[in-house]
Design a binder for this molecule. Structure first.
Ligand code: SF4
Ligand code: SF4
Length: 331
């Protein structure tokens, strides 16, 4: 049997939920697809969302796990009930992460810092809020794990590099990264990059790897995107989910007929309230909030030659047997 397992043991004790709260955003970045910022899916009422959160927390608790919610959008902090949702989750021991443009006031962030565990803040040069992000980070960095992502707009690179330098000087211990812009989040690079500008961005990124780490008085329960691969007769080795996916057809990412714990380990809630076992949407939706249950059984992957194409899906426990027949392991 070949096994693909988590490197950090805590990952088996957490159910990870990616929750697309709504596609309304106060920004309209030129590289963002309308699907993610047009507001075409109205915010869902707070009672339904609280009920949904409770079902998930209970479902994972019944399996001996805690729950980690990652809220995305759109801009999740535009949802007026967002603090209430964080509080309800935190009161039941859940972990709250948000993917945000960081534009809410320093006061807003200070008010939610005790019920928030992690914030991934993106800097968008078209809405230059460099000083504001630096102030927000100052206000919450002792209480919230932070990761700041600079979206390297090819036509505003000077502004992006200036933000990187300024942020680096102000908060050297906070994770900082650069992100190359792709056409509407797809594969091709934004046409306004030159080979030199891409090289400059990648070189800056390399240097960021050596920075010290932020210390926060909370446990870090992130899902690692490195997995342990054990093949018969060989020593286990680490593999990077992202690298294997990028290798495409030559990557270790063909899991057709494997037993996969998607759903048991993670869920995805889409803008329209449909719940899936993961981004791959294996076996389709398992219901619409709040009418669904947390899956207790693994699936047999039957994506044929489509393969596992997303970091978070890849980073799910999977088992095969030499002849790729069903093998069930109780966790
Ligand atoms: S802040 Fe994020 S969600 Fe909003 S428009 Fe920009 S990329 Fe899209
Ligand atoms: S595509 Fe989905 S079901 Fe198949 S291995 Fe990846 S996460 Fe599991």
């Amino acid at each position: 049997m070949i096994k693909l397992e988590h490197i950090r043991p805590h990952a088996l004790k957490v159910g990870y939920v990616d929750w697309r709260l709504g596609n309304t955003c106060n920004y309209k970045c030129s590289y963002c697809p309308p699907y993610e910022n047009s507001g075409s899916f109205p915010w869902i009422d707070i009672d339904t969302n609280i009920k949904t959160q409770n079902i998930i927390i209970e479902g994972y608790r019944a399996m001996g796990k805690s729950t980690s919610f990652a809220y995305t959008g759109g801009e999740p902090t535009v949802y007026k009930h967002f603090p209430q949702l964080l509080e309800n989750g935190k009161n039941q021991g859940a972990f709250n992460w948000v993917y945000t443009n960081g534009s809410r006031t320093v006061r807003y962030w200070s008010d939610i810092k005790d019920v928030l565990d992690m914030a991934c803040i993106s800097y968008h040069a078209e809405y230059d809020n460099a000083d504001h992000i630096i102030e927000v980070v100052e206000a919450i960095k002792k209480d919230v794990f932070l990761s700041v992502n600079v979206v390297m707009h090819p036509l505003q690179l000077d502004k992006c590099f200036s933000f990187l330098d300024k942020f680096n000087a102000a908060h050297p211990e906070v994770t900082l990264d650069t992100k190359i812009v792709r056409v509407m989040h797809g594969d091709p690079l934004h046409p306004d990059y030159t080979p030199e500008s891409v090289e400059k961005v990648l070189a800056y990124k390399q240097n960021l790897n050596t920075r010290p780490r932020q210390t926060v008085n909370k446990p870090f329960l992130g899902k690692s995107v490195t997995m342990k691969l054990t093949e018969p007769g060989q020593e286990p080795r680490s593999i990077s989910c992202q690298e294997e996916i990028l290798k495409g057809l030559n990557g270790f990412n063909d899991f057709n007929d494997w037993e996969c714990y998607i759903g048991v380990e993670s869920l995805m809630i889409d803008f329209d309230g449909k719940v899936y076992k993961g981004y791959c949407q294996m076996d389709g939706s398992i219901g619409t909030i709040p009418n669904f249950e947390v899956p207790k059984e693994p699936v047999i992957c039957h994506y044929g030659d489509k393969r596992c194409t997303c970091n978070l899906d890849f980073a799910t426990t999977k088992y095969s047997t030499p002849n790729k027949t069903f093998y069930f392991k109780q966790i």
